[in-house]
Ligand binder design. Structure first.
Ligand code: ADP
Ligand code: ZN
Length: 829
């Protein structure tokens, strides 16, 4: 071991890759890469990750690592490499990327705690001088309390007291210590009790029980219970179980503790975060197409090939079955598997099938788990307790060892992209890189592949596997367009539904079949409008109309959450004719109920599924035949596999085309193809009715003819012409702040600096974002288009952005503007 040791530490929130610290002798053997440490940064102690160690003395004064938080690394070597890639490609701090790889709540913070050190009044008077703030600090500490810097600051009532504290500390008046806070995610503990020696010997215990018999019968019961358990091999018994069994109270246990007969201690337990059960799996004979796809995947698993594979299979063609069989093969080889899905609560059937196949070997990681549940799942994974992980986006970093296969289902889904916080990664693309580092093939599955993945398959980068037929030769549904403009003209239809769709639903009800109605209200929610003056109530904080909720008659902003009672009188003209405009799912539901009073309608959207498990209940109701129409947002478009559904209706099929985004055609084609696939999965053939105000849009043609691949072919040609992804890489910079001119100024400075920084990209001039104000903050966009082959790994982009950042800081009038970098953005709002 070298005499001197230095560690390079990645610290979240610090733009540099790593910072170098000296390692004290006592910590030498703890400095493995992937261990969390506490290090001093400025005046604070912060958490960081060990990236590497060396004995090269830096040419600047280094501080020392204060503490190691882990005995074993919490980041595996492969995940470390994945994070390094995320850091370069998405231009975020390495510390940020590593933090994203751990479950929430595992980061540790520190707090500065202050206490009075001297009680020499003369010293104090001299040190305080004429400073009111210092006097106030000392006064607060005189009670002998230890206070955090933050508590003290609010007591004194000024913006910062750090200068005053530093002076007082130098004069020896106060003492300041950095204390590490307990992280939010930690093992759950319960109280447990054990017999202390020598009372765990049979001769001693009977002696003791005799003495106590009369005076404390309850305590004897407790001892008897402990002794019984002890003889059965349990050295500790949980407090709650013990008092129940002994019909005693915890006070009586504590009394025994006082007498040194028992010890009460804290014991770690695992939170019941999922039901582990196994059902018998039904045996399935694969079709020839499934067999061929499976053979290809198995061969790649056997080889340990790094190659990506795209499994293109129409809805209901048996993709999920292929995943399950392939993973069975992986497990037989003694390896493990990672499966990513867009959103677990939307695909309960998918999870059931995995549980059925792999029972207690499956860990499910979804977005509604509590901090504690996530942490326990992570700990058990770390300990190698599970062999298959099915999880959402963040599970791409799950500590699965020895991965044999990674599966990404519905790879085109936008929810794989983390858009709101750093690092803005796409879970699918990170999965492909993880496969590369793990030496495991990555299987991307979809009925509607993204244009990017399809292009990768065409170019030979991915292997292409296909399932062209539905299982049991179920036919793809017949798809019809309904021209709503014509309908309104001819029939004077007012509500959301055409005559044809209502009649079709009525027929299904008569035949005891179910219908699904999709109303994708994104960007088209109902707002309150004055019929007289056209006034629309907008959010005070955001540049967007408030959404009208009829059930309790209030208005709510879907960005910042601000809510208020809906006005009865127009604040602008005093008129009383305020009407909801635009069609939300609630409104659509009312229209449908009015047209079909006997229909049993179930509405499924983010409002009705907020409670844990409500989604499950709804699907059960559908399965049990208690529902005629399932109506909802895009939640109803995905993953549902019900044989009774023979009709799918779409209220306004062109809706998603209205967003100004180059992906809006692609998204529309995917959504409509997906929802159409919910129909006719059983013996009955299915029908789909797409209502549209502009039915002649070319996207509908492809969907109607079930020609998704034809759509992709033509769309790829147009993207190539325009130089859009996948033929370039987009980077969206979002500038935001409270003062509009500062935000504009920052965007312009970046624009100027980036023009000097390289020629491997093109730029569009900065402009206000589509959502030009959110939460009182103004927003500007700057869009870069990078020639992929001139910057394959993002290094040049990183350098250009670092240059622009420095340039901006040097020239900006204000430093209050926040800049978000989004590489491969999904939504440009
Ligand atoms: P996808 O994932 O492509 O939508 P699934 O794997 O869910 O398709 O298959 C659709 C339905 O067909 C499911 O109910 C599944 O259990 C069933 N299935 C899949 N493969 C077979 C097979 N080879 N034989 C019989 N049924 C199958
Ligand atoms: Zn708002």
């Amino acid at each position: 071991m070298p005499e001197r040791l230095y560690a390079d530490i990645a610290v979240p929130g610090v733009p540099k890759d790593t910072l170098t610290y000296a390692v004290p002798e006592g910590l030498h053997d703890r400095m493995q890469p992937g261990v969390r440490v506490m290090v001093p940064l400025g005046r604070r102690l912060v958490m960081g990750f060990v990236v590497s160690t060396h004995d090269r003395m830096p040419d600047f004064a280094v501080k020392a690592v204060q503490q190691a938080l882990d005995v074993d690394p919490v980041i595996t070597p492969e995940v470390m490499r994945v994070c390094e890639w995320v850091h370069r490609y998405y231009v975020c701090g390495l510390g940020e990327a590593l933090k994203a790889a751990l479950p929430q709540g595992m980061d540790v913070d520190s707090e500065r705690q202050v206490s009075l050190r001297s009680d020499d009044e003369q010293d104090i008077t001299r040190a305080v001088g004429r400073s009111r703030a210092k006097a106030s600090i000392v006064e607060a500490l005189r009670t002998g309390e230890v206070m955090s810097e933050e508590e003290l600051r609010s007591h004194v009532g000024v913006k910062s007291i750090s200068a005053q504290l530093r002076d007082l500390a130098m004069e020896g008046i106060v003492q300041i210590e950095s204390v590490i806070e307990r992280p939010a995610a930690r093992p759950k503990t319960v109280l447990a009790v054990r017999l202390l020696p020598p009372w765990n010997r049979s001769d001693k215990i009977s002696e003791l029980m005799e003495i106590m018999e009369k005076r404390a019968p309850k305590q004897v019961n407790i001892i008897a219970q402990l002794w019984k358990q002890y003889r059965e091999g349990e050295t500790t018994v949980q407090m709650s179980a013990l008092v129940r069994a002994a019909r005693a109270s915890s006070a009586q246990v504590r009394a025994l503790e006082e007498k040194d007969i028992v010890e009460v201690l804290e014991e770690e337990v695992t939170r019941e975060w999922q039901v582990r059960y196994a059902e018998k799996r039904k045996s399935i004979t694969l079709t020839a197409a499934q067999r061929a796809a499976l053979d290809a995947v198995n061969a790649a698993v056997d080889e340990g090939s790094h190659r990506g594979m795209l499994l293109y299979g129409v809805t209901g063609s048996g993709k999920t079955q292929v995943y399950i069989e392939a993973i069975t093969h992986v497990l037989e080889k003694g390896k493990n598997a990672l499966v990513l899905v867009p959103e677990i609560s939307l695909t309960p059937q998918f999870v059931y099938r995995f549980r059925q196949a792999f029972g207690g070997d499956v860990a499910v990681m979804h977005s509604r788990m509590s901090v504690g549940e996530r942490y326990d799942a992570w700990r058990l994974l770390m300990a190698g307790e599970y062999r298959v992980v099915v999880g959402v986006r963040s599970a791409v970093f799950a500590p699965v060892r020895d991965i044999g296969l990674i599966v990404v289902d519905e790879e085109q889904e936008g929810s794989y992209k983390q858009s709101d916080i750093q690092p803005r990664y796409n879970g699918r693309d990170v999965a492909v890189m993880r496969g590369w580092f793990e030496g495991a093939p990555v299987l991307l599955g979809s009925a509607t592949p993204s244009l990017e993945s399809w292009q990768n398959a065409l170019s030979g980068k991915y292997a292409l596997l296909r399932l062209d037929e539905r299982i049991d030769n179920a036919r793809l549904p017949e798809i019809r367009m309904v021209d709503m403009t014509e309908e309104r003209k001819q029939r004077g239809t007012q509500g959301a539904f055409s005559h044809a769709l209502i009649e079709a639903i009525r027929e299904r009800i008569a035949r005891k079949e179910a219908s699904i109605v999709l109303h994708n209200r994104r960007g088209f929610a109902p707002h309150l409008e004055c019929r007289d003056c056209g006034f629309v109530r907008e959010c005070d904080n955001c540049s967007i109309a408030l959404v009208f909720h009829k059930d309790r008659s209030y208005l709510r902003c879907h960005y910042c959450g601000a809510a208020e009672k809906a006005p009865v009188i127009c604040p602008q003209c005093g008129g009383t004719d305020l009407d909801p405009v635009g069609t939300g799912t609630q409104r659509v539901e009312e229209d449908l109920q009015a047209a079909l009073p006997e229909a049993r309608i179930l509405r499924m959207d983010s409002d009705t599924t907020r409670r844990k498990g409500s989604h499950d209940l709804m699907l059960t109701a559908l399965r049990e035949g208690e529902v005629d129409v399932l109506l909802g947002t895009q939640m109803v478009a995905k993953g549902l596999d019900f044989e009774t559904v023979t009709l799918v209706g779409v209220v306004a099929a062109e809706q998603s085309l209205l967003l100004p985004d180059f992906r809006s055609s692609e998204r529309t084609a995917q959504l409509l193809t997906q929802v159409a696939g919910r129909s006719g999965r059983g013996a009955q053939s299915g029908t789909v009715m797409l209502q549209a105000a502009r039915p002649e849009h070319p996207v509908f043609d492809y969907v109607r003819k079930n020609e998704y691949l034809g759509f992709l072919r033509d769309e790829i040609a147009s993207r190539r012409d325009l130089g859009y992804p996948p033929f370039s890489r987009l980077v969206l910079l979002t500038f935001s702040g409270e003062r509009e001119e500062h935000v504009r100024d920052a965007a312009n400075l970046y624009h100027t600096a980036l023009k000097k920084a390289g020629s491997f990209f093109r730029m569009y001039p900065p402009q206000p974002a589509l959502l030009s104000r959110i939460n009182r903050r103004y927003r500007f966009h700057l869009l870069m288009r990078i020639e992929k082959n001139r910057d394959t790994d993002g290094r040049r982009l990183g350098a250009a952005l670092a240059f622009a950042s420095e340039y901006q800081l040097r020239h900006a009038k204000s430093r209050s503007v926040h800049i978000a970098i989004d590489v491969d953005p999904q939504y440009m709002m």
